[in-house]
Design a protein. Structure first.
Lengths: 731, 152
């Protein structure tokens, strides 16, 4: 009998949970919602390359860069946005856990909610600038691709440097001495990191350009396009190895006498298909070359992988593709020769035109078309392999031909590497290069500078004690130098305006493509103030007391809940009156955001408060998103990050706290961009989220495309977890 | 009773069980392979990873793809061993403010690993956690396993 009772209770509970979920899911059955995704072909974000912000607290800047990409088609550097924002906020007293003041480092590292910034705040800063740099033009973002967490390390060190340096102007002599010591430490640290991490980048630049300067284009120098081809070849090999691995599993299943007879026909079919896939893929790989690997502590290749290997590559082994001679020859003759010729005979501008064949009067998106140089290359490779359609696979992503922007981004790296006249003028490419900091900095960019820029930067860095001179300037000199520095040189020093960006007026993002937008914030929490008041009035005294006690306990971990209750029992009316009317903490509601946030969350986490809030937020969200997506504009939202990875009731129903204060079960706050909307098979609206956590799928219960860094989130979960909507509106 | 059972069945049917996109992965008979290889360029070197979509794991090829507790004792790599202890509930939210990648924070602050950047040929970024034995696991794998352990 007892068992039966429990069964009934369980069934009723399931029913109670199912009903609200099902009702919520019906929201787009009655009001049809057409599928929209700004990632679709022809839409503004189709070519957007996903970012991973790693350990940096720059989500608002990453989100803003997505929004600007949708407007301009340019990959604006999120790192530059965050740093400029931090500099603009310099001097503003910011409450951080330990100290007040350091702003740039706090902004970059998100040391507190306030310090991590807002999207509209950042936009307000960057819209006043004449141009922004692309990701490729910002050194630190490029470095992040190549080394161990160096983006975070650099940012922290440079942020601290800037914070301290800017503050030098107002410091006492004793404080200057202290900061000077720190600067020396930072200088040493930076020199060490830049030298060890980036020397090889310079070497790569040198190796690529020097043979061309020497008139030799038949060498094996490394370069951007060749690197791309390497990865394309290894991808082809991986596909082959994946088929081989799967076939080995199927073979073993069929050989196993315990495999049920009913499963065998399906396995045989699969085996046949895998055999065909293997044969096709093997032919493709063999047409390209062979795959070798080498160990870091041993010179040269130590083995050649069989073309259909099912074994693993040893730990730390580095695979590489060794191209067949005819492919190498085709690369050199049909690609590099052509590009090099253009540079030498027509100059930089004309050569750029070679790489921008689609830039026809402002229509920047021409899907699936290839540059003539690449077309020529493909035809060459196709004729070698006897399969004219196959080489196209080398330029395909997710089964689709690479976009124009993607191709350009790859090719553009070669443009930077192939400007012989500029390299020669700068004197950076010759022998006997000084191992000074300035050249190390330039090496780290892998880019050659015109002489005048090089000279200016030398002067600047030398004066800061970062130049070749061994003597570090005294504090008075530092003070004087810092007073003289103004943008964009300080931003250059911070690594957010690279030489490429300073020189390249055509590649960088011009203000006209982003400075006339209007950034609007819709603070959803404001909705809650009405809910809060209505709800508060509806409560009886017992409930009010319980909520107040809970809130006090949340605000102050030392608060004694038992003693509080005892005090209420002694004189309830007086306590309640005092508390509601003039309690120091409750009195701060509406003035102190943190307390207000705690209070609102407590109320909105109750079933009735939550339902009211959720309905209102859904309406607000839906109208904002539909209007914006219809005109190809994404919508940014601030939310509790837990909803993106945690399927627990607490996260999905937003009962989990989101204060960012390190409380147990607390999740951090985050900014993401809504780029799509659809009605799923269950009749529930879903929103497509563009995240900045790289190629990943952090929530297996939601559909996502790892390569795009996108995820479809149910409307209900999103509505419960967001507290602000931000939009950029064209005039 | 039948009505309730029907409701349960319907609720399970309509429950938002999601699935991974299958675009761009090796397929046979229209279905994406459960396990496949993928290369990421890390510090200028191509590194091969094994991706198991069923187990939601992306780990250095050499490590294999068996994160089960029984295999931990003789796991070849630290990247696999950490999967049994990574716990998202221990993550201090103060360290993730500003939308930091929680997997990167777990790696850096709790697992003694080093966060490294990987890119594919399309410049797509993905971060990994690298350990002293040079083995690596994707940071989103850490998130998924960390959430699961946090629930226990």
């Amino acid at each position: 009998m007892a068992k039966n009772n429990w069964s009934w209770i369980a069934l009723i509970l399931i029913f109670l949970i199912w009903v609200p979920v099902s009702l919520a899911n019906l929201s787009c059955r009655t009001t049809p919602t057409a599928r929209v995704s700004l990632r679709d072909p022809g839409k503004p974000l189709h070519n957007y390359v996903v970012q991973d912000q790693d350990g940096l607290g720059t989500c608002y800047a990453n989100a803003l860069s997505v929004m600007i990409y949708a407007e301009s088609g340019k990959e604006v550097s999120a790192h530059q946005i965050a740093t400029m924002y931090g500099m603009a906020e310099q001097g503003v007293t910011v409450p951080t856990p330990s100290t007040a003041g350091p702003r740039v480092s706090a902004i970059l590292n998100g040391e507190s909610i306030e310090a991590s910034g807002t999207l509209c705040g950042a936009y307000g800063v960057i819209k006043t600038r004449p141009y922004l740099c692309t990701r490729q033009q910002v050194p630190i973002e490029s470095m992040s691709n190549d080394s161990h967490n160096i983006q975070n390390e650099y940012s922290t060190a440079l942020g601290n440097l800037y914070d301290h340096s800017a503050g030098l102007r107002n410091l006492s002599p004793a404080e200057r001495t202290r900061i000077g010591t720190e600067l020396r430490g930072l200088r040493t640290q930076l020199m060490s990191r830049m030298t060890s991490a980036n020397n090889d980048m310079f070497q790569q630049c040198h190796d690529s350009v020097q043979p061309i300067l020497d008139g030799d284009i038949s060498g094996t120098a490394s370069d951007a396009f060749m690197d791309y081809m390497q990865e394309a070849c290894l991808d082809q090999y991986n596909e082959l190895a994946s088929y081989a691995r799967e076939k080995a599993i199927v073979d073993a299943q069929l050989a196993n006498v315990r495999t049920p007879a009913a499963e065998r026909p399906g396995l045989v079919t699969k085996q046949t298909e895998l055999t065909a896939s293997l044969a096709r893929q093997r032919a493709r790989v063999q047409a390209m070359g062979t795959v070798h690997y080498r160990m870091p502590d041993q010179g040269g290749d130590i083995a050649t992988l069989p073309s259909d290997s099912t074994g693993t590559i040893p730990n730390r082994a580095k695979p590489r593709c060794v191209f067949n001679d005819n492919i190498k020859s085709t690369l050199r003759k049909q690609y590099y020769k052509n590009v090099h010729k253009q540079f030498n005979t027509k100059g930089f501008t004309e050569a750029q035109g070679l790489l921008y064949p689609f830039d026809d009067g402002g229509t920047r998106r021409s899907e699936g078309r290839m540059t003539p140089v690449i077309q020529s290359f493909l035809q060459g490779v196709g004729s070698i392999s006897g399969d004219s359609s196959w080489p196209q696979a080398l330029f395909a992503q997710n089964g689709n031909m690479m976009s124009e922007n993607q191709l350009q981004a790859i090719l553009y790296q070669d443009v930077d590497m192939m400007i012989p006249s500029e390299c020669a003028a700068s004197g950076l490419m010759g022998e006997g290069i000084s191992d000074a900091m300035v050249t190390t900095q330039l090496r780290s960019r892998g880019i050659c500078l015109p002489a005048e820029t090089n000279s200016a930067l030398n002067k600047l860095l030398r004066s800061l004690g970062l130049g070749p001179q061994r003597e570090f300037p005294n504090n008075g000199q530092i003070d004087q130098i810092l007073t003289n520095i103004d943008r964009p040189y300080d931003e250059f020093l911070m690594g957010v305006i690279g030489p490429g960006c300073m020189n390249d007026t055509s590649g960088r993002v011009q203000a006209s493509s982003y400075n006339n937008l209007s950034c609007e914030r819709d603070n959803i929490d404001r909705l809650s103030s009405t809910v809060k008041e209505d709800y508060w009035r509806s409560l009886n005294d017992e409930k009010k007391i319980e909520l107040i006690l809970e809130m006090l306990a949340l605000a102050d971990p030392a608060f004694d809940l038992v003693a509080g209750r005892a005090e209420i029992i002694r004189d309830r009316a007086k306590w309640l009156s005092n508390t509601v009317a003039g309690h120091p903490i409750l009195g701060a509601i509406g003035k102190n955001r943190a307390i207000d946030s705690v209070f609102v969350r407590r109320i909105t986490s109750t079933p009735s408060g939550r339902a009211v809030r959720e309905t209102r937020v859904k309406t607000r969200l839906n109208s904002a998103v539909q209007a914006k997506l219809a005109s190809n504009h994404p919508v940014a939202v601030s939310l509790c990050a837990g909803v993106l990875y945690d399927n627990s009731f607490d996260s999905q129903f937003a009962t989990r706290k989101c204060s960012g204060k390190g409380l147990p079960g607390d999740s951090g706050r985050h900014s993401v961009v809504i780029i799509g909307q659809r009605c799923n098979a269950r009749g529930e609206i879903e929103y497509q989220i563009q995240n900045s956590w790289g190629n990943s799928c952090t929530n297996p219960n939601n559909e996502c495309v790892p390569a795009e860094g996108t995820m479809w989130l149910p409307e209900s979960a999103l509505a419960r977890n967001i507290d602000e909507i931000q939009t950029l509106t064209p005039p | 009773m039948k009505f309730l059972l029907m409701l349960i069945g319907l609720s399970l049917w309509f429950w938002p069980w999601g699935n991974l996109s299958e675009a761009g992965m090796p397929k046979v008979a229209g279905k994406t392979l459960t396990t496949f290889y993928q290369n990421w360029v890390i510090y200028k070197q191509s590194v091969r990873f094994l991706v198991n979509r069923e187990k939601m794991i992306t780990v250095s090829d050499y490590c294999g793809d068996d994160p089960s507790p029984t295999s931990q004792g003789h796991a070849r790599c630290e990247a696999i061993r950490v999967l049994s202890k990574v716990d998202m509930s221990k993550l201090d939210s103060r360290k993730t403010i500003g939308g930091k990648n929680p997997g990167a924070v777990l790696c850096d602050q709790y697992l003694g690993g080093k966060v490294v950047y990987g890119t594919d040929r399309f410049r797509t970024q993905k971060t990994f956690c690298q350990f002293a034995d040079q083995s690596m696991v994707a940071n989103d794998t850490l998130i998924i396993y960390g959430v699961n352990h946090g629930k226990k």
